[in-house]
Write a protein that binds this ligand. Sequence first.
Ligand SMILES: *Cc1c(COP(=O)(O)O)cnc(C)c1O
Length: 394
Amino acid sequence: MKINRNFDSLAESYLFARVAEKTQAYAAAHPDRKLIKMGIGDVTLPLAPAVVEAMKKAADEMADKSTFKGYPEYEGYDFLREAISRYYGSFGVSVSPDEVFVNDGAKSDCGNIGDIFSPDCTVLVTDPVYPVYVDTNIMAGRKIVYAPSTRENGFCAMPDKSVHADIIYLCSPNNPTGAAYTAGQLKEWIEYALENDAVILYDAAYEAFISDDLPRSIFAVEGARKCAVEFCSLSKTAGFTGTRCGYTVIPNELEFDGHNIKKLWYRRQSSKFNGVSYPVQRAAEAVFSPEGMKQTRENIEYYKRNAAVIADTMERLGISYTGGRNSPYIWITCPNGMGSWEFFDFLLEKANVVATPGEGFGECGKGCMRFTSFADHSATVEAMERITKALHDA
Ligand SMILES: *Cc1c(COP(=O)(O)O)cnc(C)c1O
């Protein structure tokens, strides 16, 4: 028996382990200091009341023989696919219910979609990058090429026509940089994809954080239906990180290599996936109800107020940053030319604040730091005061 040797090519993922190790060592040596964690990549506010109510009601239905549900459909219940289709319509994007595949979160499908593409495909990712796109494709033995996101391009990597790719991962608003593409920039990526006969795998997990006039979906941009698949999730939209529900959108007409992509994906899902539980799909449906929308938006506004506090502080300190307006992430260039880990130590020791070193997300993240807006508001304000003081004292 031989294992899949592609696993040998995975880079050791030590970013969060090293952050935790350094943080614990500091806390143990200074038990009197109150550390503020601004590295959290998980939501912290509870589910909206309307969502919990729907989940409880569905649980009751499961307890009664006349309303009990067995296996759900592979692609999700119609009531949820229709709600998602109407949600797209609410920001002017036309997606029909039969183009929606309900899943247990965007992370799984971002990796699983690779099942339907050849291992010979070249995969393009932007750098810095959400590690899922890289690691899942290394496991499949694919070659990866990187498009640099830098200060010069506002951390919005753009296509290089001299580089060929078959699969293109884009994430906007971006994790980790918080930068979001304009419609014009996405149009350039779509043109590049069409010229290369490539598929764009578009991760819209943070679309609900967009408040500027920017596309909430790649399907808001002309040409996308001929080259793109979109992944979205209720994890950040509605605090579903522990509840698990997302959706993948595949246009009916999307074709590559003489094959209809939606059909292939249905074939793949029906072989490897038995759907999302009924109570969770009812909870997801409630997110899109008027009451659920109102309540989940309040939570997003809470995080966005935190993001604004962080962004304003960076502005005042003259530190260059992206994100914070259309994203829960604020991505900064470390001050005074400090490296990511050097500034990490500075923040930990001088301000007792923990953030995430940018170089953990790729070469182009060197010298950068990611702050998240998922902490409590008062802690966020205090962290920013401490950082301001530490930098003034330095
Ligand atoms: C959080 C996140 C997701 C969502 O993943 P789920 O599996 O739906 O929880 C997807 N993409 C990115 C870039 C994320 O940061």
